[in-house]
Ligand binder design. Structure first.
Ligand code: NAD
Ligand code: DAU
Length: 353
């Protein structure tokens, strides 16, 4: 396969690129990324120079550039991850979310359709895998889990833009026959996640002696999945997923935010004790809630387990500890990603970072 991975310089992207480049030496892996505040070439150092890896700097809204990339690299598979991904940013302004997540996905679909039409006579599997989120389903009460039949009910501008993109992907399958499929995954954690997201933010703020800002009462629930388990699911969906289908991916690993932040504090107490024997949980600070904050997400992953043989391999206990250690060992990377556009935005908009 010659695979175009959009958003390959972001958190899940760099983990996926490294997984695919190492697993498939005979494939061509082409990363296309605009290197926004969320994309970082430093994170792709481990694959730089590998014969099966190419990086293209570019925007998914740029049709000319997309056509060139599809032609030049004879692309026959797309793993589409490029997006504006942070809910809090979408609350302050959703414009970039509309541009990249909706218009960008539409532009990419048109470019893929054109490349796929040209290659249609070929015998190889042609596939457009759209990487989406469980947030499109809205929120759950205290019981139940999202299945592929749960109606879309997005509550944040971020999830509304992802839902819109998912509908376009589905429409291109139904209308044009483009071989698409979509995966909807729960919260990922692991190396290379930007410190605007809960887990890395708490690790860094704790060790820097800053407040640990917990929204509301901290009783919102998320279902956490180690990023490599997500990458394995995407690999399976790419090769074996049925076109026109959606597959939910999740860790069956629900945590309230306050319990999770407490667990991170305990791990830090053990791995990097604070001066004077003080517990890091003394830094927990309850702050005003996120508007429209979804109470609970949980995934029923039966379909991908039964059809594609996927299951999560990483235990949360080990995965979280490895993640804490990764951040403690990579403070230089953290400094790097927190400079420039990232810093300017948080200087203006948020405390505690
Ligand atoms: P991220 O914000 O860390 O990375 C996004 C990447 O997309 C960055 O490298 C950025 O430079 C790039 N990008 C943004 N706009 C672009 C544009 N117009 N053209 C080209 N590149 C552009 O995001 P992430 O957490 O790695 O998420 C990746 C994908 O997975 C997203 O589509 C997200 O919705 C989805 N997802 C994320 C999670 C999660 O927990 N992080 C869970 C489920 C689904
Ligand atoms: O569910 C999948 C989604 O998970 C992805 O689609 C998104 O791209 C990804 O960002 C993530 O969204 P969340 O909003 O769940 O992630 P975030 O890390 O921003 O927040 C996790 C929870 O922690 C959420 O309930 C809000 C809370 N939170 C977050 C931050 C940043 C806090 O309490 N304090 C904080 O400072």
């Amino acid at each position: 396969m010659n695979i175009l991975i959009t958003g390959g310089a972001g958190f899940i992207g760099v983990n996926l690129v490294s997984y695919m480049v190492n697993k498939y030496p005979d494939y061509k892996i082409v990363v296309l990324d605009a290197l926004t505040y969320a994309g970082n070439l430093q994170s792709l150092k481990s694959v730089e120079g590998k014969a099966n890896y190419t990086f293209v700097k570019g925007d998914i809204c740029d049709r000319t550039l997309l056509d060139k990339a599809f032609n030049e690299h004879q692309i026959n598979a797309v793993m589409h991850l490029a997006a504006e991904s942070h809910v809090d940013r979408s609350i302050l302004s959703a414009e970039e979310f509309l541009r990249t997540n909706v218009m960008g996905t539409y532009t990419l679909l048109e470019a893929a359709r054109s490349a796929w039409k040209d290659a249609e006579a070929g015998t190889k599997r042609w596939v457009f895998l759209n990487v989406s989120t469980d947030e499109v389903y809205g929120t759950l009460g205290s019981t139940g889990a999202f299945t592929e039949q749960t109606p879309y009910s997005p509550n944040s501008p971020y999830s509304a833009s992802k839902a819109s993109a998912d509908h376009f992907v589905r429409a291109f399958y139904e209308t044009h026959g483009l071989p698409t499929l979509t995966t909807n995954c729960s919260n990922n954690y692991g190396p290379f996640q930007l410190p605007e997201k809960l887990i890395p933010l708490m690790i860094l703020n704790a060790t820097e002696g800053k407040a640990l800002p917990v929204y509301g009462k901290g009783d919102n629930v998320r279902d956490w999945l180690y990023v490599e388990d997500h990458c394995r699911a995407l690999d399976l969906a790419l090769h074996k997923g049925r076109f026109g289908q959606t597959y939910n991916i999740g860790g069956e690993n629900e945590w309230t935010n306050i319990k999770l932040v407490g667990r991170i504090c305990e791990l830090l107490d053990e791995l990097r004790p604070a001066a004077g024997g003080r517990g890091y949980d003394s830094q927990i600070t309850f702050v005003p809630d996120r508007p429209g904050h979804d109470l609970r997400y949980a995934i029923d992953a039966t379909k991908i387990k039964d059809e594609l043989g996927w299951h999560a391999q990483h235990s949360f206990e080990q995965g979280l500890k490895d993640t804490v250690l990764w951040y403690l060992d990579n403070l230089g990377w953290c400094e790097d990603v927190r400079s420039g556009a990232y810093a300017e935005y948080y200087d203006k908009n948020y405390i505690g970072r």
